[in-house]
Design a protein around this ligand. Structure first.
Ligand code: GAL
Length: 682
């Protein structure tokens, strides 16, 4: 068996190490890659950073091969100079370990570290994150460099935060090589104890796949097969743990030489993520996210809000979180990379701050002229300081300074929560399922959107979160559900709350095995699913509330619940589509169809009314409203995503302009106001 580093992850400690926030006031800046520029440009950089109000830059992300120029040969001269320059100008450093970018000499000497895809095709050198997470060779080289970096700068006063690697998993989320196979077996041994227990969990009697020895167990290789669902899910979990174990190995080295907080930049958006970040979050001192809106998404502002709510849900008890990367304009990796509209930079950045980020950082400071990302936007675009983007970047720096007092406050406690689980998303989207094109993100975003449009705050939380304080709990398509989480959901109506569950929830155990009836939520819902009726492409079924469903319908049997909406066409006509069971003061809803937006909206309106969920403000859809609350008062963020001015009943001093408003405030089209509410102490 080849050697492999362990992917078994120890339990997280009790909480983040105490640390001071990396900057005074909110953090502002971005990735800084001075290595792409001649020395004289650096002086201009720090001068312009001061003009924009930049106080934190992420340094060194791709610098490994530029410092370790050959195996064991270290040239720190240029790096020392940049660190000193930034420090002299009072700019804090978020120091990145450059392990996302192995030097080419390493790939040449050790091509075995390159990851292999499911067909065992080996990724070529170059690109990013071109390494197998379980490779002991890669780990040795990576930690040797991290150790040298942390020894050299770990106690430097400019180093305020550590940024482990870059978007771990973005390129090497799954590796199927023999080393990974060995690490997977060790991981399975730690989880199950014996080969027989693995056989039992995965149900390998089917197709006669029973394993007699550890060596017989392989990753789910081959892109065209139909892997055992248990094997598939465990390989996803192992892969997430393998990367987390790498992060922890780097963190361990760093914390030997530095007291600064440690994080890594996640890639959290809607739907299932490449790794299970909820299990990573407790291992970070600050939870950090990279978020890029999609140019062709008409609802991209809501996508951003969803990601912010998800970060907040993951960082519970570790507030605040940090927006580590977003863009001032066009990314370069989408199909048609359009600039942001005037005002969109501030709306996006302040939208993240509204939802709990104590800063707004970008990729990147200065636009590259060469290399793969030469057309990616930046804080300082190719056209320089005469550009609109630069003017908006300087303006945003001023806004963030004006919002310094918000730092350290928390987002107001939400009364609604949505339970989101990456494992459930992986299960939904892979393998031989009743419908093979369902997308986890669809339900999540449609339900979140209905609340967002009503200015109802919703925490997006991982399984295991205490749901007791929530009046409304949404559980969309939680295909895989463990008994403990099912119990937490069942408790919601029992204590007077409202629970809404959508189709395909609770169907499988964590092993991927289908549960036999009665269903794990059947008693609380008072309804159960007899048969699935996924719809063919283009096929539509009407409901008696006038809406039209595509993709998913079910034959539902009532057993204590009433039908709120019924199917009106197809062989399901007359049968329940949406059900509700009253349970004392509480209620439990089941939605058996992939409701269109209007249908979701109607149900959501009733839930908000029945549950008397507070709206942050009462405004038209397109006005986003979030309140942050701290020891010194409260701040109301109002973002107008529409192209007309909107008036809202609210009062306070707009920190962005210094003007007082109330009892009605007008938020200009596309604009933002942040009101320090009466009673707050600056
Ligand atoms: C991120 C990545 C950055 C940069 C950016 C471009 O995913 O971390 O290094 O490539 O995308 O949008």
């Amino acid at each position: 068996m080849p050697d492999a580093v362990s992917a078994v992850v120890p339990a997280a400690g009790p909480g983040p190490r105490p640390f001071a926030w990396p900057t005074e006031g909110l953090s502002y800046g971005g990735d800084y890659n001075p290595e792409q520029w001649p020395r004289e440009v650096w002086d201009e950089d720090v001068r312009l950073m001061a003009e924009a109000g930049v106080n934190l830059v992420t340094l060194g992300v791709f610098s490994w091969g530029l410092v370790e120029t050959a195996d064991g040969v270290l040239d720190w001269a240029w790096f020392d100079e940049v660190v000193a320059l930034l420090h002299a100008h009072g700019i804090g450093i978020d120091l990145a370990t450059p392990t996302a970018a192995p030097p080419s000499w390493l790939h040449t000497a050790h091509p075995e570290v390159l990851p292999r895809d499911a067909d065992l095709y080996q990724q070529p050198p170059g690109g990013r994150l071109a390494w197998c997470p379980s490779s002991p060779v890669f780990r040795r080289y990576a930690l040797r460099f991290v150790d040298a970096l942390a020894r050299r700068y770990g106690r430097h006063p400019a180093v305020r935060l550590w940024h482990v690697s870059n978007e771990l998993g973005g390129g090497n989320a799954r590796c199927y090589c023999d080393v990974s196979a060995a690490a997977f077996r060790d991981w399975l041994a730690a989880r199950y104890g014996s080969v027989d227990a693995v056989n039992e969990a995965w149900g390998t009697a089917q197709w006669g796949h029973r394993f007699g020895a550890w060596e017989e167990i392989l990753p789910p290789r081959g892109k065209h097969g139909a892997p055992n669902p248990g094997l598939f899910l465990d390989y996803e979990r192992y892969s997430s743990d393998a990367l987390l174990a790498h992060y922890l190995a780097e963190k361990d080295v760093i914390t030997r030489h530095s007291d600064a907080p440690v994080t890594t930049n996640m890639m959290v958006g809607p739907g299932a993520q490449v790794v299970d970040y909820a299990s990573w979050a407790p291992h970070t001192d600050v939870v950090a996210n990279d978020h890029y809106t999609l140019v062709d998404d008409p609802d991209r502002e809501q996508d951003l809000a969803f990601a912010g709510d998800r970060m907040r849900g993951m960082s519970a008890g570790r507030r605040p979180w940090l927006l580590m990367e977003h863009s001032t304009g066009a990314p370069s990796w989408q199909q048609r990379n359009r600039a942001k509209d005037p005002g969109e930079i501030a709306r996006n950045a302040l939208g993240h701050v509204a939802r709990g980020s104590d800063g707004a950082l970008f990729f990147q400071w200065r636009a590259s002229t060469a290399g793969a990302e030469q057309f990616h936007s930046a804080m300082l675009p190719h056209s320089g300081t005469r550009s609109r983007v630069w003017r908006e970047v300087v303006e945003l720096g001023g806004h963030l300074r004006a919002l310094a007092e918000v730092q350290g406050s928390a987002v107001e406690r939400a009364r609604a929560a949505m339970v989101v689980d990456d494992v459930a998303g992986w299960a939904l989207q892979h393998g031989l399922k009743p419908h093979r094109s369902l997308r986890y993100g669809r339900e999540l975003r449609t339900w979140h959107r209905a609340l967002w449009e009503r200015q109802v705050l919703c925490d997006v939380v991982p399984p295991g979160t205490d749901l007791d304080g929530y009046d409304l709990v949404l559980a969309p398509t939680l295909l895989v559900l463990d008994d403990a989480e099912a119990e937490r959901l069942r408790a919601v109506p029992a204590r007077g709350g409202t629970l809404l569950v959508t189709y395909l929830s609770g169907v499988c155990e964590p092993t991927g095995r289908v549960r036999r009836g009665p269903g794990v939520l059947e008693d609380v819902l008072g309804a159960w699913t007899d048969e699935y009726y996924p719809l063919q492409a283009g096929e539509q079924v009407r409901l008696d509330d006038g809406s039209t469903v595509e993709d998913w319908t079910e034959r539902v049997v009532l057993d204590g619940a009433e039908a709120v909406v019924r199917y009106a066409t197809s062989s399901l006509a007359g049968g329940p589509a949406v059900t509700r069971r009253a349970a004392g003061e509480g209620s439990a809803w089941y939605v058996s169809a992939a409701l269109p937006r209007a249908g979701v909206d109607r149900v959501a309106a009733r839930l908000v009314e029945d549950t008397r969920l507070p709206r942050t403000v009462e405004a038209d859809p397109g006005v986003e409203a979030v309140r942050r609350v701290g020891d010194r008062g409260s701040w109301l963020f109002l973002l107008n995503h529409t192209d007309a001015d909107r008036s809202v009943r609210a009062a306070g001093t707009d920190l962005l302009t210094g003007t007082d408003h109330g009892p009605v405030v007008t938020v200009p089209a596309g604009g933002v106001r942040v009101l320090r509410e009466p009673g707050a102490r600056p």
